[in-house]
Design a protein around this ligand. Structure first.
Ligand SMILES: NC(=O)C1=CN([C@@H]2O[C@H](COP(=O)(O)OP(=O)(O)OC[C@H]3O[C@@H](n4cnc5c(N)ncnc54)[C@H](O)[C@@H]3O)[C@@H](O)[C@H]2O)C=CC1
Ligand SMILES: O=C(O)C(=O)COP(=O)(O)O
Length: 409
């Protein structure tokens, strides 16, 4: 698919879904992007395909599925912004094949998730969920049985990335011992120790999951893994819903293997606030259930809105792909007085020579050139004089292997 775009900002359609914060709108508006369409929920597939068809910049959160079908409906798409951390809801390879970079906010809601997890660690160690429910029903159970301080207890963190490390630091400040597992060797913060999964399970009083959704993490906690954990363990999942086998978790809770759990993410989450929530876990008073709000704080949402909108504006205005999750990263200076041509192509031998030939034939004088490639695509940015830019763009669009090209003034 080849697409040449050269649009004034007020004709670029920005589609924002899932209640993205006003801060994003403010960034777009201040930058001159006034054609903004906003929805406070995710759209069902047919409506999404319809709305995305003429969108140039699309902003989503964790709910909207930008799969092959949705992306193929998005013929004008320049870039996608995930206004969250996870990008598993986007077919990143399909976006890349179309020359569409995807951005996210890799740490704007990290602290919010970490604070929730620490709060849940304390509440679970004190058996507050079941006690709270009992009082709401008119009961009273004043007892210290099976209630513990977190001080001196062991927290096991699975996935020691941005969130896992924050949780670890906060847990140590409360006097907890921290063990963690990760597929990578990680620098332990404070007195945390990286251990094998079996050791973490054997020693942790509370286990919290902070892995991304990948083929490897799907169902990574099932009956076998739960059996390896200490009797009476507390389990927290604020990562992704399919990381835990919910049937196995419900079974372990039923048998009293676990003293409690806190779950923020589910294999099936309601599409919107009016849809009922159905889960085997609603049967357990000792389970804290939250509606995927780990990152839903005013601070996080305002920061994310600002951060991701700024990345989309920067790419749209000057071609910078810095921190794109599926694209060669190019950080570009401003291009005052020059016009900038962006060319995204399949990474095959000789493409750059053809790009330069095309530019030469169009009479474009190259003032600066930037190139980054990965195994699949190449991204070339060329600065030239504006007189030749339309001819140069037309010539670039003809280069074999072109995925997208645009001109920026
Ligand atoms: N509940 C919520 O509202 C939120 C949920 N999340 C979820 O939390 C996840 C983690 O976020 P971050 O810490 O920012 O990500 P990150 O990428 O900084 O850290 C993830 C860590 O997990 C490790 N990992 C990957 N596969 C693993 C495996 N099979 N076993 C053990 N470790 C593995 C990685 O090496 C990395 O250290 C996100 O991908 C997202 O799905 C993020 C924000 C909010
Ligand atoms: O940041 C993430 O990955 C999250 O899971 C948060 O998703 P949300 O923006 O609340 O839909």
């Amino acid at each position: 698919m080849t697409q040449a775009l050269s649009l004034p900002r007020d004709r670029i359609k920005v589609l924002l879904l899932e209640g993205i914060h006003q801060s994003a709108v403010d960034v777009f508006t201040a930058a001159g992007y006034t054609r903004i369409e906003r929805y406070d929920k995710a759209l069902p597939p047919a409506e999404l395909a319809h709305k995305i068809a003429d969108a140039h910049l699309v902003g989503i959160r964790s709910r909207s599925q930008l799969d092959e079908a949705a992306l193929s409906a998005a013929q004008k798409l320049i870039a996608v912004g995930c206004f969250c951390i996870g990008t598993n809801q986007v077919d990143l390879a399909a976006a890349k094949r179309r020359g569409v970079p995807v951005f996210n906010a890799p740490f704007s809601n990290t602290r919010s998730v970490a604070e929730l997890v620490i709060a849940e660690t304390i509440l679970l160690m004190r058996n507050i969920p079941a006690k709270n429910t009992l009082l709401h029903r008119g009961g009273w159970d004043k007892s210290a049985a099976d209630s513990f301080e977190v001080r001196g207890k062991t927290l096991g963190i699975i996935g020691y990335g941005n969130i896992g490390t924050q949780v670890g630091v906060l847990a140590e400040a409360l006097g907890m011992q921290v063990l963690f597992c990760d597929i990578e060797n990680k620098l332990p913060l404070g007195n945390a120790r990286q251990v094998a999964f079996a050791e973490l399970c054997a020693r942790a009083d509370t286990i919290t999951l902070h892995v991304p959704q990948t083929a490897q993490t799907q169902g990574m906690i099932g009956a076998g893994e739960l059996a390896m954990m200490k009797d009476g363990v507390r389990l927290i999942n604020a990562s992704r819903g399919n990381v835990i086998d919910i049937g196995a978790l419900a079974d372990a809770l039923e048998r009293g293997k676990l003293s409690g759990a806190a779950v923020d993410v589910f294999p099936h989450e309601p599409e919107h606030n009016a849809e009922p929530f159905v889960s085997a876990l609603t049967a357990f008073d000792n389970v804290i259930l939250t509606p995927h709000i780990g990152g839903s704080t005013q601070e996080a949402q305002a920061n994310i809105g600002h951060e991701v909108a700024a990345k989309l504006v920067r790419y749209s205005d000057n071609g910078s792909t810095l921190s794109a999750v599926n694209f060669p990263e190019v950080s570009l200076p401003a291009h005052a007085g020059k016009c900038r041509l962006l060319h995204i192509h399949r990474n095959r031998p000789g493409v750059l020579a053809h790009v330069n030939e095309a530019l030469a034939k169009a009479g474009a004088n190259i003032a600066a050139q930037y190139l980054q490639t990965d195994a699949d695509i190449g991204y070339v940015v060329v600065e030239t004089d504006s007189a030749a830019s339309q001819d140069a763009l037309a010539a670039l669009a003809q280069v074999e292997g072109t995925l997208r090209c645009r001109v920026l003034y």
